[in-house]
Ligand binder design. Structure first.
Ligand code: NAD
Length: 349
């Protein structure tokens, strides 16, 4: 087992973790722990070089700092990436080795699920380290974060409708792209809140089932941007807001749980110029991380506490919209300002 540090400006620690016996080659980035230990998921990906993995872990860990700062979880930002093919290279020994590296960082980095990493993988990590969250409810952990992400998104959508001048979600038409774990749950919650819901997903069977069971309207994925709606709610993949899609949008707001919705930060300016309210993704989709974060509190995981904290997403979005209006800046910049202000306040003590 060998840890070597990679010096990167602006990051508290970036550790290269290598274990010959299990074949583990991973990077752990602790971006900022001003507000608390650095929480962020563990991802496995067949990166073609360590530089590529480094780029990813730096970008993702920094994003976690801002996400947690806005969400006021009392946590900082970090992330880990394992270089390898998730279909071929996983083994109990590999994840146990990862656990030993986490333990060596002494709680500065706390892990959770991310792309290509499941609860069964994390359970091996947990055999060697305490610093693992998001395991099963039976094990005293917070379980699947998706319903909490959906719940938080619903709360955030209330702030969104107010921003474009409506009082509630009742009667609002929401177009959801992607009805998987989060989007599917959100569709149901929106219907319960009296919204009109149109769904689209590349998984046609899923769409059919959801429409049969809940009476949603649907639109083929390729045609969905032609649908007029009050809120366009991306809940599939990232980068969906770009030069090609933004001019075609026919909604008053874009607000959904997908990560990294803007292809580039400048696309938030394009949305602003079109008068479309944009809820920065990491502010509105923080329900899951907040839920996981409650595990790190003194009393351990408590759903009631999680739901109370998730309720703050409403106020956070209100504040982001307020900063954006007052300063004439796009909402993604306003969110960053809010995050930085909270980190600075934490630093000042
Ligand atoms: P998921 O895989 O369960 O669902 C994604 C759905 O999107 C699937 O049904 C898939 O078929 C569909 N899809 C993929 N590409 C599509 C396309 N081009 N058009 C329409 N549908 C498409 O994933 P999830 O857990 O629901 O997460 C959805 C998004 O939310 C992701 O971007 C994820 O990073 C983000 N997110 C999830 C959580 C969480 O708690 N699960 C938390 C924060 C952010």
């Amino acid at each position: 087992m060998e840890i070597t540090d990679i010096q990167v400006d602006g990051y508290e620690r970036v550790a290269r973790c290598r274990d010959e016996e299990s074949g583990l080659h991973a990077l752990i980035a602790v971006h900022d722990t001003t507000l608390g230990p650095a929480l962020g998921g563990m991802r496995m990906w067949p990166y073609t070089s360590e530089d590529e993995a480094l780029f990813d872990v730096l970008r993702l860990s920094k994003g976690m700092t801002y996400k947690s700062a806005v969400a006021e979880t009392g946590l900082g930002g970090g992330k880990s990436v394992i270089i390898g093919d998730p279909r071929k290279d996983k083994s109990p020994a590999l994840f146990r080795a990862m656990g030993r590296f986490l333990e060596a960082l002494d709680g500065k980095y706390i892990t959770a699920e991310d792309m290509n990493i499941g609860i069964s993988d994390l359970e091996y990590v947990r055999e060697e380290s305490r610093w693992v969250t998001g395991l099963s409810v039976e094990k005293g952990s917070s379980g699947n974060p998706s319903p909490y992400t959906a719940h938080g998104c619903l709360i955030g959508l209330r702030a969104v409708v107010e921003e474009y001048g409506e009082e509630s979600l009742e009667g609002q038409h929401v177009l959801i792209q992607g009805v998987g774990a989060v989007g599917g749950r959100l569709a149901i919650l929106l219907k319960e809140a009296g919204a009109r819901v149109t769904i689209c997903d590349i998984n046609e069977q899923r769409v059919e089932e959801m429409c049969d069971e809940h009476g949603f309207e649907s639109v083929p994925e390729l045609e969905h941007l032609a649908v007029e709606s009050d809120i366009y709610c991306p809940c599939a993949r990232g980068a969906g807001l770009n030069d090609e899609t933004i001019p075609r949008l026919r909604s008053k707001a874009v607000a959904g749980c997908a990560n990294n919705q803007l292809l580039e930060p400048r696309h938030a300016v394009d949305l602003m110029n079109r008068g479309i309210v944009y809820a920065p993704d990491y502010v509105i989709n923080a329900g899951g991380i907040i839920n996981v974060g409650v595990e790190m509190t003194e009393g351990g995981y408590d759903e009631a506490v999680a739901l109370e904290w998730i309720g703050r997403i409403y106020g956070n979005l209100k504040r982001v919209f307020e900063i954006s209006r007052e300063e004439g800046i796009p909402t993604n910049k306003a969110a960053l300002q809010l995050a930085q202000a909270r980190i600075d306040a934490g630093r000042a003590g």
